[in-house]
Design a protein around this ligand. Structure first.
Ligand code: GAL
Length: 462
């Protein structure tokens, strides 16, 4: 018996040592780092990003507008303090003024999304006014020498599409592809950079596992099916746009959020186990799909999916990387939510439940380099209403990115999230990511002090 226990103990220790070295949690000594020294090549570009539902206002015909009015089973409103996106930043009407603000900080690229529900409010019927609206934004950007970067899907669906089952059904993908073809044919002579789908893993995990985003389901199996469908949608959109006029001259890529899952207790095998599972679902499915067209996951009683596409491989011109932070997971005895997110006293928190962890951006870059595609940092930013950590966040994350570039990473540009404070999904207006602070009563925008760090880097790094 004693021998048996001894063998178990040895095996346990060997596995822990293996994990420990296989998945190190990187930490740099910031005291010894000279951030001032960073330089970027002339071809490196800087930008800032938004998404339609978060800034435009009056997005009354999509899944989020329905979600904002709804409550959960216990009668609790879905959005913190029952907030509604409402007029948001009124970017729909104020885009010219906002383009001036983009120009003022010195960036050359603006990433924004098209609101599908405004362009195709009824299945198959396109709204000319909305098509013209985005066309005017594109012209205004180009006039100011700002390169437009369009996201085709950023979390929102028209209500009619959701009523048909949205991305739960593989056969619905064609509706999305048709919408993409229409807008691409309108704008692709002027817009050369296209993001297909923003964060498919966030859309599916938040909507179908955590139930924090619409449709608020808690069905892990459905979550991975939806993720698979979104990845297929990316591939189908990529292939069909490439075949349209201008397709070959445009860069079309997917945008993925990377988050590392590190064990809260590095000696605890159960913590390691939940981290490996979370990583495989959240990051692994998409990365494996892009690498070889395969999705193979089999966690008995939880999720199972085996899929092989022959079209997926290489079907992206760039990898759009969104990065915010990592998580420390602790195993929990609960059949459904078998882990919890934990923090250490030493963590420097942002206003979101994210720690400041620039090393994670470096780790994420190393991970996605394996896809072998040019990388664009399509989102990175901090919610910091007091504006007392923004400057530090910006300089350290940009340092981490620069370090990866010095070591050979092919990163072409960086977008700060976000141009201005906006409707932060389930958190409403409480989370303030903006370079510009927005007074939502007057719609006045004011550049934050901490954002000057970004302005300085953008204007002085070449
Ligand atoms: C991303 C998302 C953005 C923004 C950001 C900040 O996941 O793409 O729309 O909300 O997070 O939390």
């Amino acid at each position: 018996m004693l021998e048996f226990l001894l063998v178990i103990a040895i095996v346990y220790i060997v596995i822990i040592i293996y994990f420990h070295y296989q998945y190190p949690e990187l930490h740099w000594d910031w005291e010894k780092i000279n951030i001032q020294k960073i330089k970027f090549s002339n071809s490196f570009f800087w930008g800032t990003a938004t998404a339609s539902h978060q800034v435009e206002g009056n997005c009354n015909n999509n899944n989020w507008s329905v979600w904002e009015k709804s409550k959960d089973e216990e009668g609790i409103p879905r959005i913190k303090n029952n907030q509604k996106s409402g007029l948001a930043c009124d970017h729909w009407n104020r885009y010219k003024e906002d383009i001036e603000l983009i120009k003022k900080i010195g960036v050359t690229h603006y990433r924004f999304s098209l609101e599908w529900s405004k362009i195709e409010p009824i299945k198959g019927q396109y709204n000319q006014e909305s098509i013209d609206h985005y066309s005017n934004i594109i012209d205004s950007l180009i006039e100011k020498n700002i390169t437009p970067v369009i996201t085709l899907h950023h979390f929102t669906n028209p209500i009619w599409f959701d009523e048909m089952g949205g991305f739960e059904k593989e056969q619905n993908i064609d509706y999305f592809v048709s919408f993409c073809e229409i807008v691409f044919s309108k704008y692709s002579s002027r817009v050369k950079n296209w993001c297909t789908i923003n964060e498919p893993e966030v859309y599916s995990v938040m909507g179908y596992f955590a139930a924090i985003f619409p449709p608020g389901k808690k069905q892990p199996q459905l979550a991975v099916e939806v993720l698979k469908n979104l990845l297929i949608a990316h591939t189908n959109v990529y292939n069909s746009l490439k075949n349209l006029p201008n397709g070959e001259n445009c860069k079309i890529g997917i945008v993925k959020n990377i988050m590392q899952f590190d064990p809260y207790r590095r000696w605890n095998l159960l913590d390691w186990l939940v981290c490996r599972i979370a990583d495989k679902i959240y990051n692994g499915i998409t990365l494996s799909y892009l690498r070889n067209g395969r999705i193979n996951i089999n966690y008995p009683f939880f999720v199972k999916i085996n899929y092989k596409s022959d079209k997926a491989q290489l079907a992206t011109d760039f990898f759009g990387l969104n990065y915010y932070s990592h998580s420390h997971l602790k195993f929990k005895f609960d059949l459904y939510e078998f882990f919890e997110n934990k923090f250490f006293d030493s963590d420097t928190m942002t206003d979101m439940p994210y720690v400041i962890y620039p090393e994670g951006l470096y780790r994420a870059i190393k991970e996605v380099e394996k896809i072998n595609k040019p990388i664009i940092i399509t989102e990175n930013g901090i919610a910091d209403s007091k504006d007392d950590r923004r400057g530090l966040f910006i300089e350290r994350y940009i340092y981490a990115m620069n370090r990866a570039i010095q070591e050979g990473a092919n990163i072409q540009g960086y977008f700060y999230w976000s141009l201005m404070d906006n409707f932060e999904w389930a958190e409403g207006y409480d989370m303030q990511f903006g370079l510009y602070e927005v007074d939502f009563k007057t719609q006045k925008r004011t550049l934050r002090n901490g954002s000057n760090k970004f302005v300085d880097i953008v204007n002085g790094s070449k």
